[in-house]
Design a protein around this ligand. Sequence first.
Ligand SMILES: O=C(O)CCC(=O)C(=O)O
Ligand SMILES: [Fe+2]
Length: 708
Amino acid sequence: MQHEVRRAAQEAFEKGKAAITRSADRAMLAAAHQRALDEARGLIKEESKLAAREAIARAVPMQRQATQSHIDELLAAERSRLEIASREALRMQSERLQAEANKRVAAVRAESSAQAEAMASASARAMLEAAREDARREERIHAVNLARQEVREALEAERARAAIERSEAVKLALAAEERRRGAEVSKVAVTAVLEQSAGHARSVEAMAAAQLRRALDQAELRHKLQQKQAVHEAVQEALERRKRAEEQSVAAMVAAALEAATQRHVAQTQAAVREAEAKVRASIEAAQREEAARLREEAKAEALALIKPQLQRQQAVEIAIREAEERARDRERQLASQVQVRIGELAMEIAEQPKAVQEATRRAVRDAEERADSRLKMVHEAYEKAAAEQQVQIKELLRESAVRAKAQQQAAVAQAIGEAEAKAADEKTSVLETARQAVQLASSQMAGQLQGTPTRAALQLPYTSGASHRRCGTPFAISERHNQAYKETIKLFEPLPRDAPLHRTPLISHVTGPDGVGLVHTTAEPLLSAQECEYIIGEAEEWAARAGGWTSKRHFNHPTTDIPLAELPLTRWFLNSDALPNRIYPLLGHAFESSLPNWRALRVADAFIVKYNASGGQTFLSKHRDGSVLSFNVALNARSEYEGGGTWFEGLGRSLPIERGHVCAHAGGVLHGGHPITGGVRYILVAFVILEGYQNWAMRFMKSVWDY
Ligand SMILES: O=C(O)CCC(=O)C(=O)O
Ligand SMILES: [Fe+2]
């Protein structure tokens, strides 16, 4: 009997042990689960990183290209529309003005010639009438005087002759009287003589009257001729005067019409330019807004696409966990019911045993059950805790990867937008400027055409300075031998030791010159620390405060607001003792390795700190070539401290903004400029570098890069 009880107890222990072993199985299951989760977590991390990187790599160029082409299209369309509109407007304006001027000239001419004729004929008629009247009066007076004179003379003569005749007749009468006595005839003779003399006097008077008539007729004829002559002259003179007056008034009216037309045209073209400017600005801003919205949407979609597989994976893991939990609970339930069945069996067996044995057996079973339960509970708790921790970790991982992906996405989008904006700003400035110049040119040409003297407009665009270059009298004054100004400044900078080592600094090349050689480079990592940059700005500003401001007249062709390094001993010491030999010359040597015959002959010939200030001061430096073999500039303050800026390159068609401590190095002969800043202050250190002892090579190098 006792033996049986011991066996039953033994069995109960065995079952307890088996239950414990099953609990250990569960722990193994949990461990396997943990491993599966670790793997899943590793996979998620790797895959999400990879997917994020790939998505960004795919998205960024596509976005850039799309932005670029969209903006290009917009600008090209706007530019051609503007050109066509401006050409058409000018053509129509010029035709209209020409037609108007012609019409007015014709009208003025017609009007004034009609007026002139009417006035001339009226005044001629009046003059003719007056002249006729004068002449008639004078003629009459003259004729009368003449007739009077003639009559007087005739009468005098006649009187004299009559007196003579009378005295002769008296003499004759006396003689006849003497003879009367003899003859009556003598009396008759006297009477006849007297009658004869009276008849003679009458005929003389008639002759005088006829003479007077003739004289009057002749006077009338002469007068008529004179009158005709006078009228002709008066008409000629009046016409002449009228013509002169008419010409003067036509010229004055044409000049006034031209002046008004030119003013109207200038006002119209200015308004057109303003309108075009506003339109271009609005369309670019709209394009930028659209682009930014589109990029944000794409970034959101990209981030969602990135997170989606991770969410799916998380769901799969959660389902796996739930299934494993379900299986574990099934096993527990099975186990519990088996234990219950066995307990029932045992209870039935025990009921048939003596009391003490029953009690011992029950205790043993209870103990075994309790131990199994507590082990089960511990395992269960540990399992629950691990599962909860894993959930938290998975969530954290997912959140981190989503945040990282989003940040990368945002950075890529911000960069794309920044580049698009900078490009658009460049394009906008040049499109507007070109439009403005074209309109000015056209209007000045039109004014010239209207005045009959063609004008040649010599216009200066902001980025057109021809072959000029900084501080050098000739385009090839690029060595200490050619540029007198370098003779002193070069002494401030020490040459490199002949055995200086060359480090290869990571670089980004931007413009490719002859034989595929890079002509413009920027650093991939900062070359100067933020603190070094701060010291340089500090020394420059201190000097400016002492000297009463920055200098702005040191460079002849393209002056910058700057301070030469001759004035800044600490910065000079820093450059000579560390920055130049250890960082900058090796950088230049590496960047232009395939072009330079001997990089250790590089030497700074002049350097200065330049300040651009958007609120009062210089904001940009126009297009130019430096009188150097190579030039570099170091950004001394953070990009967040100004808007715009960067060095602009013709060969690139845009500016290259760089962050504080970074360097932009380029061949001195490429066409470049300081891109305008629209806000804040920009400080840079600029240096012109030559290759000592290689003057002829330097000239050839300058020529070879001239067109890039
Ligand atoms: O402002 C810049 O980035 C260019 C400066 C420059 O070209 C010069 O000072 O010669
Ligand atoms: Fe320059």
